[in-house]
Structure formats: structure tokens, C-alpha cells
Design a protein around this ligand. Structure first.
Ligand code: PRX
Length: 681
């Protein structure tokens, strides 16, 4: 594929951080960069040596004995024998570096006054983070009996208490499972049961577009659902955020501030010396079955990978103001709001509410208010902002930005250009960083630089990170030529690699290593991608039954199994449909059981059902279409590619490649029926 319109990076020094101490390289051209990259991946020893150079830059209670133990693939162990702690790295270590009084988090609540100024701003220094997480750790351990290795479920909105609880849990060696607060009671219950959590931490409510969302009520419902399944939630800790009325069970519920009030002032809880390959957290993500999977991450490997990628891609310096707009409920927030930036002693922004409240200029106003220099957001958000006249953004000075990346889904060149021009003033280093929940951290992207070293190209994901190898291959695993679509695989382990799937090592091997087992240990990303003539990656979208709705990862099978729980639904099939703003939206075809009639009321009810079973994250964008029958193969498999073709308004195309065992005439008929149903909506 020809690369059109490369844009030179301007006015920025190239950060040579990708060349850690102990490596000789001066990178002044793309050729130098390629040479250096090749050196880091020459062989297994070079890869290990590269990551070891990064490990040497962070704090360890005890140094590792071996960089990588790959004797039992794909259960890789990094920095074996080493001991560290994520909370120590984010707080104690920062105090030792002299950052005690440095602001770590500037938090803005959603509500504004009549002048449009935020009503609530909280600033927490590194000392505040350290002290408050120590106090929380104290009551978690001594009052609630949280033990090392235990997993606690966090269902919290974007308030500083979320990172504080995460740090407190890391401190005492417990794991967290953060569940995005846009998930429903049922989704929360499924995750709490699977994690084996006996404690849920939540808030009374949260502000969302000027309204209060009662989170405690959702947790109450989730606790009931857990009990129905024989799983007891012993304690629900509630942070008072908005002061709304909440129902209360005095035996089970306890206020965060009341627990805190009992803690001695300035208490210090000793930081657990965690083994490098102990578990730091699990985070549920969607796959190709109805059941979400818990990606389980390590302590040492994850810490090193985040330390390295945060430095390389974001180039955070002491006087930067960094802002990642993700929700901490997703991996982007875990890695690039909590652990990566705090490990670097960054000052960062955290925002509670909606990007368009009270109007779409909120983000631009905040960039101006705090002089944000590094910004990290999602293509969906950019496309949503693009809908409005750009004058509303130009009223605010965003010229402080020097880096403005995106993540979560492919970015269309038009959105990239808009972001680069309107927010970035055509001087930012802007890249579409590709990675996944499972990779722990960023795998591709541009490094802030100067000249023609890594020219920006709208839409590309850029080069792979040094010390990581990849390939774009066909079904058999043969490399596809540049410009051709293939499957994206990572062909060597990296430190941020998930350790396994929680309680399901078999599924871990199958999902990520099953497809190319005959080639050795290749991590299958599940993405389609393409390589260009510079060797850069262009991720094109998911190759499996996962869709990206506003950058949120949704399993279509999860949606289907939720739908069929409704008494009216006989069968359901969900596919992604392209959407100019959200990227994709779920299109759900439904057949009804006997005795139920198609109606708008029923459609609304099904949407409410979806909201209750999965949550607003899916329900608010879903398109529900009724059909008399779902097109199926003779062996009973739903013809998804046919459904996708209809969804995209594409012709049916070559039926023989569409699905095996399908008669041409049957498929054509089914196509027309489904198309008509969709048009009738
Ligand atoms: O399809 C890819 C897409 O998001 C998937 C991973 O989703 P999740 O685990 O929720 O993590 C998202 C945030 C790290 C990938 O398999 N994806 C992520 N970033 C990009 C992307 N697709 C294209 N370009 C990106 N920059």
C-alpha cells in the first residue's frame, strides 16, 4: 500500500528513551531506528537484555535471578526471583525521589457553576496518595481482613478513591478486579462471583451529564444476584460522592469515611514484597464466548513494561501535565492513568464526567485550564467532537499540547487530521497506539521525535515497540506481503503479557495460542492488520466475534446470551455495524418465541433488558431488528458473514466463500429477508 501524505514531526526533540542505558545507538533517521530495533530483537538474548535494561531503572526490593523463564510456554515468567510492588513504585518511591509535594492527581468533578467553571476540584500530592492509600490499606487489612492474594471487586466511578483503593490493595498484596461502572448489576455479579470476591467497593452515585446515577442501587442488586448463585458478598464499602439517598444494610454496608475515621493518623502499612510473577490484578474482558475472561497480570513484568512504554510513548517529564481521558474501568485507565504515569511521578488530570457536559468544549476548556501537555484519548471521542463547529474549541488555548495520541480502535485519517489540527495545532506527536487488555501496555506507536525519524502518517499504528517481534500472516501462518490484509500475531513474549486467564489456563492457551500452535508459540491478537512499505502496522479491526463500540470491547456472544434470557426471545444474533462516530454499533437480529408479537414496545423492553443484563455500555447504542428466522447453515450455525454483509449494506458477494454448507439460493433468499427486515426497522 502506498503511504500518502506523511507528515514530518516538527519542533520536538527525539527522545532517545527507547535506547536504554547499556545500549549504544544514536537515532537520527528512520534507518537508524530500524537498525536499533533489529538489534533489540536479534535473538532471545537480545530481547531479554533489552527488557532487563528497563527493569534496571525501577525499584526492586530484591533483584531478579533470571530475566525470562520461558520453560513452560505460554506461561512466561519475567524477572524471576525479583521482588517489587506497584504501590511502592507509585508512591513510596516517588517520595524518595523528592516528589512529596508534587501534585499527582488534579481531579475535576462534572458539575459546573453558572460561569461554566468546575464546582469541585481536588488536588492530591504524592504525599496525599501515599498517606491515603496507607490508611485505606490499614482498614482493608485490619478491619476487613483482606489477605495477600485475595481479589477485591471495585465498582467505582472516576473519583480519586478508585486509584487510592487500587494502590491500597497493591500495598497489601491483594489483587483488584475493577468493573467499569457502565456495566449492569448482572454483569457485575458475574465478575464478582468469578473473581471470588467477598468485598465490593463502590460509591453512592456519580454525576453523568448533569444527572446522578445511583451506583449503590446497582451494587445492591448485584449482591442479591450473587446470593442467588450461592456466593456471599460480605461487605460493601461505599464512598460518599454525591450524597444521594441510598438503601442500607447495616450488617453488610459500611461507609468509606467511617472506616477511615477509625484509622490512626499517619499510619504506615508495610508494603508487601511481591514476587515478580505474583498477581497484581485481574481485569475482565470480552472474548468470543458468552463468558467474560479475567486477564490476569503480573507485578514485575507489568511494572517494567509500563515504566518503559510510558517513557517511550509519552515522554513524561517532571513539568508535564498529562491527561488520559479513559475510564479506569478499562485497561487504558489501569495502565496509563494509574500505574504508568504515577510510576513516573507525573502530574495528571482525572475527570469524572461526560466529555460534552455542559457542552462539547469541556475537554478543550480543561486542556486550557491546566495547561495539559500530553493527551491520550479515543477515536470515538474525537469523532464525536468533530460533529460541532470547531470555533467552540478554538476559543480555548490547546497549544500547550506536545503529544496527543489515541487508542482503542482504528482512527480514520479524517479524524486523525482533525485532532492533529484543531487540538494539536499541527505540532503534536500523534499516533494511534495499538494494544489490548491482554498485552498490558502499548505495543505500537510513535515516539515523540524530530525530523524524518518517524514521520507521522494519519491512520497508521506506527512501528512495533523495540524488544517485541510480530508478523502479519494468513490462516496457515505464512507472512502476507505489504499492503495485504492478514492476522496480527506477536511472535515473542514481552513483559506486559498477561500471565493467564483467571482460573482458566486451558482457555488461555486455546484463545491466544491455539490458532498457530503448529508454528510455535505465537500470540494471536484476534485482529486483522496490514503492514506498509516502512514495516509499519495498520490494525484494521477485529477478526473474531468481538466488536468495538465507542472503543469498548464487547463480545457479540455475550450480547446474544443476554438477549435469549428474555422470555420473548427465541434466538438472537449480534454483529457489528459500522458507525461514523462509535466505530461500530451492535446490530442484534432477534426471532421471537410463539405467542409474542413484533412491536415497538417489545423492542424498547428488549433494550431495557439489555441495559439490565449487560449495561448501558451496550444498550444505549444497540439496534434491535426482528426477523422470522435467522439464516443458518445445515449444521445449524448462524451465517454471521451474511448478517454482517447485510449490516454493512454490502452485496452478498461470492456465496461459496460465504459459509460452507450453504446452498447459493438459500443464502440469497436469507440475505433478502434479513435486508428487508433491517430496512423496515
Ligand atoms: O481490535 C483492537 C482494538 O482494541 C482491541 C483491544 O481492546 P481492549 O482489550 O479493550 O483494549 C483497548 C485499549 C488498549 C484490539 O484487539 N484496538 C486497540 N487500540 C487500537 C485498536 N485498533 C486499532 N488501532 C488502535 N490504536
Amino acid at each position: 500500500m502506498e503511504v500518502k501524505d506523511p507528515i514530518e514531526m516538527m519542533k520536538q526533540e527525539f527522545n532517545n528513551y527507547i535506547v536504554p542505558k547499556g545500549w549504544e545507538a544514536k537515532i537520527e533517521s528512520l534507518e537508524d531506528w530500524n537498525k536499533f530495533y533489529q538489534e533489540t530483537v536479534k535473538d532471545k538474548e537480545s530481547i531479554s537484555r533489552y527488557w532487563e535494561s528497563w527493569a534496571e531503572q525501577i525499584f526492586w526490593f530484591k533483584k531478579w535471578e533470571k530475566v525470562l523463564d520461558d520453560s513452560n510456554p505460554p506461561f512466561y515468567r519475567w524477572f524471576v526471583g525479583g521482588q517489587t510492588n506497584l504501590a511502592y513504585l507509585c508512591t513510596d518511591w516517588q517520595l524518595q525521589k523528592g516528589r512529596k509535594n508534587k501534585v499527582a492527581i488534579i481531579w475535576e468533578g462534572e458539575p459546573v457553576d453558572e460561569k461554566g467553571e468546575p464546582k469541585e476540584v481536588r488536588k492530591l500530592t504524592y504525599y496525599d496518595l501515599w498517606r491515603e492509600s496507607n490508611r485505606i490499606a490499614y482498614f482493608l487489612k485490619n478491619r476487613l481482613g483482606v489477605k495477600k492474594g485475595e481479589v477485591v471487586t471495585l465498582y467505582l466511578p472516576m473519583v480519586p478513591e478508585l486509584p487510592l483503593y487500587m494502590l491500597a490493595l497493591q500495598r497489601i498484596g491483594a489483587g483488584h478486579s475493577v468493573v467499569f461502572s457502565g456495566f449492569s448489576a448482572e454483569a457485575l455479579a458475574i465478575r464478582a462471583i468469578d473473581a471470588g470476591a467477598r468485598i465490593i467497593i463502590t460509591a453512592d452515585g456519580v454525576w453523568r451529564r448533569g444527572k446522578i446515577l445511583n451506583l449503590k442501587a446497582i451494587v445492591d442488586e448485584a449482591v442479591k444476584l450473587c446470593e442467588k448463585e450461592g456466593h456471599k458478598i460480605e461487605k460493601v464499602v461505599v464512598f460518599r460522592r454525591v450524597g444521594n439517598e441510598v438503601s442500607w444494610n447495616p450488617e453488610r454496608d459500611v461507609w468509606h469515611h467511617e472506616l477511615l475515621a477509625e484509622v490512626p493518623k499517619n499510619v504506615v502499612v508495610e508494603c508487601e514484597k511481591m514476587g515478580s510473577d505474583d498477581t497484581s490484578f485481574i481485569l475482565y474482558t470480552s472474548g468470543t464466548t458468552g463468558k467474560p475472561k479475567g486477564a490476569q497480570h503480573s507485578v514485575g513484568g507489568y511494572a517494567v513494561y509500563l515504566y518503559a512504554t510510558t517513557k517511550m510513548i509519552f515522554d513524561i517529564k517532571d513539568d508535564d501535565i498529562y491527561w488520559c481521558t479513559a475510564d479506569i474501568g478499562w485497561i487504558t485507565g489501569h495502565s496509563y492513568i494509574v500505574y504508568g504515569p504515577l510510576m513516573h511521578g507525573a502530574t495528571e488530570i482525572m475527570y469524572e464526567g461526560a466529555l460534552d457536559y455542559p457542552d462539547p468544549s469541556r475537554w478543550a476548556a480543561m486542556i486550557e485550564r491546566y495547561g495539559v501537555t500530553i493527551f491520550y484519548t479515543a477515536p470515538t471521542a474525537i469523532r464525536m467532537l468533530m460533529k460541532y463547529p470547531e470555533e467552540i474549541y478554538l476559543k480555548h488555548d490547546t497549544s500547550t499540547l506536545r503529544i496527543a495520541h489515541s487508542v482503542g480502535e482504528p482512527i480514520n485519517p479524517e479524524a486523525w487530521r482533525w485532532y492533529f489540527r484543531v487540538f494539536g495545532k499541527e505540532k503534536t506527536c500523534s499516533s494511534s497506539t495499538w494494544w489490548m487488555t491482554e498485552t498490558g501496555g502499548i505495543m505500537t506507536g510513535h515516539y515523540p521525535g524530530r525530523g524524518k525519524i518517524l514521520p507521522l502518517k494519519p491512520g497508521t499504528n506506527g512501528p512495533i515497540i523495540p524488544g517485541v517481534t510480530f508478523a502479519i500472516v494468513d490462516d496457515e501462518g505464512n507472512p502476507v506481503p505489504p499492503g495485504k490484509r492478514g492476522y496480527f500475531v506477536i511472535t515473542s513474549p514481552w513483559p506486559g503479557h498477561l500471565m493467564t486467564l483467571w482460573k482458566d489456563p486451558k482457555r488461555y492457551i486455546e484463545v491466544y495460542y491455539g490458532k498457530y500452535m503448529h508454528k510455535g508459540w505465537w500470540y494471536y491478537t484476534g485482529d486483522f492488520a496490514m503492514i506498509d512499505h516502512d514495516g509499519w502496522i495498520w490494525v484494521l479491526g477485529r477478526a473474531d466475534d468481538v466488536i468495538k463500540v465507542a472503543g469498548h470491547r464487547i463480545g457479540t456472544l455475550e450480547v446474544e446470551s443476554a438477549m435469549v434470557k428474555h422470555p420473548a426471545v427465541a434466538e438472537a444474533a449480534c454483529v457489528g455495524k459500522s458507525d461514523p462516530i462509535k466505530g461500530e454499533i451492535p446490530l442484534i437480529y432477534v426471532t421471537l418465541k410463539k405467542g409474542y408479537e413484533v412491536s415497538d414496545e417489545l423492542r424498547d423492553e428488549l433494550r431495557r433488558h439489555l441495559r439490565a443484563t449487560i449495561g448501558p455500555v451496550v444498550a444505549s447504542d444497540a439496534l434491535i431488528t426482528f426477523v422470522d428466522a435467522l439464516p443458518k447453515t445445515r449444521s445449524g450455525k448462524i451465517m454471521r458473514r451474511l448478517l454482517r454483509a447485510v449490516a454493512e449494506g454490502k452485496p452478498l458477494g461470492d456465496v461459496s466463500t460465504l459459509e460452507s454448507e450453504v446452498a447459493v439460493e438459500e443464502a440469497k433468499k436469507a440475505y433478502e429477508i434479513v435486508k428487508a427486515a433491517l430496512e423496515k426497522r
